[in-house]
Ligand binder design. Structure first.
Ligand code: FES
Ligand code: FE2
Length: 341
């Protein structure tokens, strides 16, 4: 269902330490840890002896010692010590996974290690740039198919109904978005001109009255989406507007990286970068607390959807114009997965 020859976020970099961290990624049980040189490593989370999860063991040097009979594995998964005997059977060892630390996350390649090319990690430079202030909330495990998150971020019309008190505002549903697409990306964008800004943006940018607002999102298959959002003074927005000349400006990106765990569960990594009010503690609170609460409004929807899908797997499913982007995105994921068969 999901391509395995792709990079997925396994953890926030800050979560990977000299302690084993267990995750299930695309159905694979994985244990993550840091080697003595600080580089992350990932092994199959199952001992080759009697199948105890290695995440119940201990980090030793650059590897892991199983917590049951003490077999020791290096960071490549090779078994390098078996207590009580000097020889090591040739089939003793566990699988290792390519991992790369980039943009505050540790990325894992669940597929063929020979194909793991780090240049294919999506470019998320806003997460690590001096002009952008990055807010990095904790990962949230969700009981839903990660594609429901992709549907969610690609259809901004839900903002009006799910996030009315924060980032919603009526104008969004009145404007048809532009959708453009390539081999492995789809981008949806809208301008809403001369309308009341969403309450949260009005507060963050001290807007009174109307504003020009943009809302765009770009999905990179199979698992990264970046929402671009903001408001400027009326007259500075639109495709030919000069947002830099606006007296007031709220400009942010929200990065969404849902990693499939099973078919009906995922890890939701997300973060916000803003290009305004870097040192304003009240604005920082808006992002680290209020914006996370906005995302929580989605979590309720996503898990409730999955619950119904589990109970009634083949209901009537109507699609309309605003579903086009998610339709394209799901098609890309399917094609990538299909090409691996
Ligand atoms: S189960 Fe790991 S050493 Fe026995
Ligand atoms: Fe949302």
């Amino acid at each position: 269902m999901f391509p395995r020859n792709a990079w997925y976020v396994a953890a926030w970099a800050r979560e990977v330490a000299r302690e084993p961290l267990a995750r299930k990624i695309l159905g694979e049980d994985v244990v993550l840890f840091r080697r003595t040189d600080g580089k992350p490593a990932a092994l199959e989370d199952q001992c080759c002896h009697r199948q105890l999860p290695l995440s119940l063991g201990k980090i030793e040097g650059d590897g892991l010692r199983c917590g049951y009979h003490g077999y020791r594995f290096d960071a490549s998964g090779e078994c390098v010590e078996i207590p009580g005997q000097t020889t090591i059977p040739p089939n003793a060892g566990v699988r290792s996974f390519p991992v790369v630390e980039r943009w505050h996350w540790v990325w894992i390649w669940p597929g063929d290690p020979a194909l793991a090319d780090p240049s294919k990690i999506p470019d998320l430079w806003w997460a690590d740039h001096p002009d952008w202030q990055f807010t990095a909330p904790d990962m949230v495990p969700l009981a839903c198919d990660s594609r429901l998150i992709i549907d969610n971020v690609l259809d901004a019309t839900h903002l009006t109904y799910v996030h009315a008190s924060s980032i919603g505002s009526g104008g969004l549903t009145e404007v048809q978005p532009t959708v453009d697409t390539g081999d492995n990306h789809v981008r949806v964008s809208r301008w809403v001109l001369n309308k009341p800004p969403p309450p949260m943006y009005a507060k963050a940018g001290n807007f009174e009255g109307n504003a020009d607002r943009w809302a765009a999102v770009e999905f990179r298959a199979p698992c990264a989406a970046v929402n671009f959002a903001g408001c400027v003074d009326v007259g500075h927005g639109g495709p030919d507007g000069d947002i830099a000349a606006s007296k007031r400006r709220v400009e942010l990106v929200a990065i969404s990286l849902p990693t499939p765990s099973t078919d009906t569960s995922c890890y939701y990594f997300f973060g916000f970068s803003r290009a305004f009010a870097h040192d304003d503690p009240e604005v920082e609170r808006l992002f680290s607390e209020v914006m996370v609460d906005v995302f929580r409004e989605d979590f309720v929807i996503l898990e409730a959807q999955q619950k119904r899908i589990n109970e009634r797997p083949a209901p009537r499913k109507v699609s309309t114009v605003n579903d086009r982007a998610s339709f394209l995105a799901r098609g890309m994921i399917e094609r990538m997965a299909g090409a691996e068969q």
